[in-house]
Ligand binder design. Structure first.
Ligand code: PSU
Ligand code: MN
Length: 304
């Protein structure tokens, strides 16, 4: 086992006994929501996973240690520190670990640490992707490359249209990443159930999702799978309102010259501010919805 990795005892025991485990990311805690809603939501998501018969493993880097499974005190610590914790993608891990620093893990880094620990299923809100204008900026999230190489299933609510969703799907196709719509033929766009873009396959049950992932693993095909689960109807937002907020946020980012790893957090925070508290409530609900589906899929994989 990797000398930098700490697996929480409850997670270790579940993995040793073949019980279902669901990984969770920590950028959503430190950068995705304000304190204290971020800590409340993180704990509520863990509770939902337990109620659905699986063991949660929130992932982060603390004091240079790769953590698969956090204590409540560690979640509180990350939530309170908020943006003071470095957003950590694949390229950030070596220096953070060598220096003994804290890091909030993105989808890419959460996949890396989950995979080191032997966790196959990961629930989150939204994934990174190809940014609008990437044909000149080359701003493409490392999340996509990670999906191409690391064997973890990511269950999300699609991607926000802060991204170019069409180019994101093209990139995933090139990299051989299956994009599944859970109960839908259309890629969900986080706050809304529809985007106008088709997914590769529609699957309708946790068993079907688990079977597809198992087949991928059994064939020795490298990489993970992206499962997109639409936000429940009652929490979905008006597309015109959300798209206007996104356009405004993108224009502000361009005006301010926001670049690199700051782009996504800046856009997410602005969209949230422009739309007020509504988008936060929707965001929380879609994460809970993904945690429930991930628990069911993890149970199917554990029983398979
Ligand atoms: N998209 C969202 N919510 C998020 C993120 C993206 O709708 O919280 C976070 C995730 O942690 C994701 C990261 O992995 O941002 C992607 O950042 P970047 O685009 O810099 O790779
Ligand atoms: Mn980027």
């Amino acid at each position: 086992m990797n000398k930098y990795l700490d697996i929480h005892p409850e997670v270790r025991e579940a993995l040793a006994n073949g019980r279902p485990v669901v990984a969770l990311e920590s950028t959503i805690i430190s950068h995705g929501m304000p304190y204290p809603q971020n800590v409340e939501t993180a704990l509520r998501v863990e509770k939902t996973i337990r109620e659905n018969g699986a063991v949660p493993a929130t992932i982060a880097v603390i004091g240079g240690r790769l953590k698969a499974g956090l204590s409540e005190a560690e979640i509180e610590y990350l939530g309170k520190k908020g943006r003071g914790v470095a957003k950590t993608s694949r390229r950030d891990l070596p220096v953070l670990v060598a220096r003994g620093l804290d890091g909030a893990t993105t989808v890419a880094t959460t996949m890396i640490i989950a995979s080191m620990a032997g966790i196959k299923v990961f629930a989150t809100g939204g994934v990174g992707g190809v940014h609008r204008g990437a044909e000149t900026t080359m701003d493409i999230s490392a999340d996509l490359e990670e999906l191409a190489q690391t064997p973890v299933m990511v269950i999300c609510a699609g991607a926000k249209s802060i991204l170019d969703l069409g180019l994101t799907l093209e990139y995933l196709e090139t990299k051989g990443v299956p994009v599944i719509g859970y109960g839908t033929e259309e890629l969900p766009a986080f706050y809304t159930r529809r985007s106008g873009f088709k997914v590769d396959y529609r699957l309708d049950t946790p068993e079907e999702v688990a079977d597809a992932f198992r087949a991928k693993m059994d064939m020795g095909l490298r990489g993970g799978m992206l499962v997109t689960n639409p936000i429940p109807e009652e929490y979905s937002m008006d597309p015109d309102r959300i798209n206007a907020a996104i356009d405004q946020a993108i224009a502000e980012a361009a005006r301010k010259g926001i670049k690199g790893k700051e782009t996504t957090p800046f856009l997410l925070a602005r969209v949230k501010d422009i739309t007020g508290g509504d988008s936060l409530a929707s965001n929380i609900q879609l994460v809970l919805n993904n945690a429930r589906l991930a628990s069911e899929v993890a149970k199917c994989l554990a029983n398979g």
